[in-house]
Ligand binder design. Structure first.
Ligand SMILES: *[C@@H]1O[C@H](CO)[C@@H](O)[C@H](O)[C@H]1NC(C)=O
Ligand SMILES: *[C@@H]1O[C@H](CO)[C@@H](O)[C@H](O)[C@H]1NC(C)=O
Ligand SMILES: *[C@@H]1O[C@H](CO)[C@@H](O)[C@H](O)[C@H]1NC(C)=O
Ligand SMILES: *[C@@H]1O[C@H](CO)[C@@H](O)[C@H](O)[C@H]1NC(C)=O
Ligand SMILES: *[C@@H]1O[C@H](CO)[C@@H](O)[C@H](O)[C@H]1NC(C)=O
Ligand SMILES: *[C@@H]1O[C@H](CO)[C@@H](O)[C@H](O)[C@H]1NC(C)=O
Ligand SMILES: *[C@@H]1O[C@H](CO)[C@@H](O)[C@H](O)[C@H]1NC(C)=O
Ligand SMILES: *[C@@H]1O[C@H](CO)[C@@H](O)[C@H](O)[C@H]1NC(C)=O
Ligand SMILES: *[C@@H]1O[C@H](CO)[C@@H](O)[C@H](O)[C@H]1NC(C)=O
Length: 596
């Protein structure tokens, strides 16, 4: 009987793209189909959830997408709105959406005109999906601290179609369901199947902080694009969205107690984030295990405050030699020795922090690329000497830290505050490193927790070419072919070759808590966001989840990663993410031919 149900596939798929790669993974070759009527049970028969029928999903392009989404989830429970149930309910709904609306026919991964699809006769179906959570979620499951929630899970699919996912947390179960959907393909004649049963997976992340930093100041990103980014992050098992929401070029963040900031600092009236937008993105992310961590960069990268509060900013819009005073136009920095600035920051954070608090533990205080010369023009200082500036910077940061810590946030800062300015920082501060492997090692060796992300590997914006124009008279020939500061573009192979632990002494590796890829946005707006981020960020995602080394301690193989990443790309495209291809079908159809 079982024999009859085995498929007659001649060529198994060349890729089995669970991305990122699980810790252990074995599979067979039996085909199982899955029907939309499948029921997913959570912790036994007492709590049966039925996925809503296809066709009733909220329209992601609707402006009330999130509200409808939340209503859908809430209404599918009889009365229990606990965070755990919201996470589980959300995960089940999305699993259903993916399996019955967001798969793809994998023709690109088989020789042309081959008979790669399973027979549609005598279908054997998945019979049950059982989610088993063997511990109670921590109270802060929607905003877990580092290491505060286990993300580990196991997934088994028996040959006869019984599926079991176990985890000690709801988020772990959600990851298990994500992995489960990546076993399935769409059939040309309709229906969803996997040809990999039986399956046995155990999985857990290598690093606890797995983030993407998105800049919404250089260019604005509408909410729908941020939701889609969070969706793609969760689908790649990232767990942090670092929201670099303000910078020198624009201030899109509405602060109700100081409406003038965004009214004058946004690029245009409609490019603002309201408190409700911020909260909605936090909620959307939290239910998926993606905590939104906001950064207000300062004291540099703040010129946009001058559009509403010119008295707070030194060296604003110096022209033409802005480059003496800043890394990018417009120049300008918060004054360093000013009670008015202190009062402004206190008011800003008093407004913002309580609103962020319900859904995050973290707040990022910035601190990168502070320009010394700008303080020559600062009427509260009038010097660029680090001897004079360093104690003022310490005082400035101490005030910030006191407020952040009193509000019960764990602070983040860019690495310059520690390594360039030699500041004394609270020991729990997370240090966001970007300049080099040596800096990651130096921070870890000092005993500070560090988030890695060397710009030579993990800056997604590099290699687009120079966005600055050349002044009349400037010898543009000398700049040809106009590379940007971090050219060339870091392709997925470069990103995949980065090890956050590279050069870190063995006795300090525990301080490297994870990493972030970064999409600075001088040349990335809503139109090309997806192509700039996906699927390259997945390469960072796999390093962070699975580790840079394989089970033999060797660097992970690009040769086996390549077809898997191509498949993950198709899965992202099927979700509505305009991820770019990494190879042409000629290569993915026969993985042996495109080798050098
Ligand atoms: C499926 O796997 C079994 C056991 O490994 C093997 O004997 C069989 O040939 C495989 N079938 C196909 C169609 O590849
Ligand atoms: C809701 O679910 C949570 C998690 O399973 C449980 O701890 C809690 O007792 C439930 N509450 C109600 C009112 O059923
Ligand atoms: C709970 O599930 C996790 C993930 O499957 C597993 O690692 C752990 O051992 C389980 N704990 C118990 C007490 O069964
Ligand atoms: C900082 O400001 C105070 C108060 O205005 C002033 O007394 C002090 O000299 C300033 N410090 C420096 C280094 O300029
Ligand atoms: C500090 O400012 C002086 C005066 O403008 C300038 O000559 C010098 O180059 C500056 N030092 C640095 C390190 O930029
Ligand atoms: C920080 O310490 C280093 C090494 O002692 C020193 O070179 C540098 O000038 C210091 N930075 C500041 C801003 O004081
Ligand atoms: C492994 O990757 C590291 C970078 O993380 C690189 O320095 C090293 O040369 C690689 N080793 C091999 C054997 O390719
Ligand atoms: C690691 O070991 C070195 C050399 O023994 C020592 O100097 C350093 O303090 C240790 N670092 C940590 C974080 O324990
Ligand atoms: C892939 O290409 C090689 C070289 O042309 C060929 O020998 C092999 O049969 C092809 N494999 C498939 C599965 O088409």
């Amino acid at each position: 009987m079982m024999r009859l149900l085995l498929t007659s596939i001649l060529c198994l798929p060349t890729a089995w793209a669970i991305w990122p790669l699980p810790s252990t993974y074995t599979h067979g070759n039996t085909t199982l189909w899955i029907d939309p009527s499948i029921k997913i049970t959570y912790n036994g028969a007492g709590q049966v959830l039925e996925s809503s029928p296809v066709g009733t999903q909220p329209d992601p392009h609707s402006s009330h997408y999130l509200q409808k989404l939340l209503n859908t989830y809430h209404s599918s429970w009889s009365g229990n709105n606990s965070a755990t149930h919201q996470v589980i309910s959300n995960a089940i709904q999305r699993t259903h959406d993916t399996l019955f609306g967001k798969l793809f026919v994998p023709w690109k991964f088989h020789p042309r005109f081959s008979d790669f699809e399973p027979d549609c006769n005598n279908k054997l179906f998945v019979k049950s999906i059982s989610l088993q959570q063997n511990a109670t979620d921590p109270a802060d499951i929607l905003k877990p601290a580092l290491g505060g929630v286990s993300e580990a899970y196991t997934l088994t699919v028996t040959e006869s179609g019984d599926v079991t996912i176990t985890s000690s947390s709801s988020i772990g179960l959600s990851y298990g369901l994500t992995t489960f959907t990546q076993l399935f393909f769409e059939h040309t004649d309709g229906g969803a199947y996997t040809s990999l049963a039986p399956v046995s997976i155990t999985d857990a992340p290598k690093f606890a902080w797995r983030g993407l930093n998105v800049d919404t100041s250089r260019t604005f990103k509408p909410m729908i694009d941020l939701y889609r980014t969070v969706d793609a992050l969760a689908y790649s098992k990232f767990n942090r969205l670092h929201w670099h929401i303000t910078d020198s070029q624009s201030w899109p963040l509405e602060i109700p107690s100081m409406p003038e900031l965004a009214d004058k600092g946004a690029y245009v009236g409609f490019q603002k984030y309201s408190p409700e937008d911020v909260r909605a993105l936090q909620e959307y992310g939290s239910l998926l295990g993606v905590q939104v961590v906001m950064e207000i960069d300062q004291p540099g990268h703040t010129s946009s405050i001058a559009f509403s509060h010119p008295e707070l900013i030194a060296a604003f819009e110096v022209l033409p030699n802005w480059d003496t005073y800043a890394a990018e136009p417009p120049s300008g920095t918060l004054k360093l020795n000013s009670t008015a600035v202190y009062e402004f920051l206190e008011k800003l954070f008093d407004d913002l922090l309580p609103r962020l608090k319900p859904l995050t533990q973290y707040f990022h205080l910035g601190g990168d690329e502070v320009n010394l010369n700008a303080y020559n023009l600062d009427d509260t200082v009038g010097s660029n000497s680090t001897k004079i500036l360093q104690p003022l910077m310490q005082k400035f940061m101490d005030r910030n830290m006191a407020q952040i810590v009193a509000a019960n946030f764990t602070p983040l800062v860019w690495e310059e505050m520690l390594l360039t300015w030699n500041l004394t920082l609270p020991s729990q501060t997370l240090i966001n490193s970007w300049q080099s492997d040596e800096n990651v090692a130096a921070i870890a060796s000092k005993g500070y927790r560090v988030i890695a992300g060397n710009y030579n590997y993990w800056y997604l914006d590099c290699g687009q070419g120079q966005w600055l124009d050349f002044r009349p008279g400037a010898s543009s020939a000398q700049y040809w072919p106009y590379p940007d500061y971090c050219s060339p573009r870091h392709n997925w192979r470069v990103m995949y070759s980065y090890d956050p632990l590279s050069g870190v002494p063995a006795n300090a590796t525990q301080f490297v808590v994870g990493g972030e890829a970064h999409i600075w946005s001088e040349q990335t707006d809503a139109v090309n966001l997806d192509q700039m981020v996906w699927p390259r960020a997945c390469a960072a995602g796999e390093v962070l989840w699975s580790g840079a080394k394989d089970e033999y301690g060797q660097n992970r193989s690009q040769i086996t990663a390549s077809p898997r990443l191509s498949e993950m790309r198709e899965r992202l495209v099927a979700r509505g993410v305009r991820a770019e291809p990494i190879q042409m079908p000629f290569c993915t159809m026969n993985g042996t031919q495109c080798a050098l």
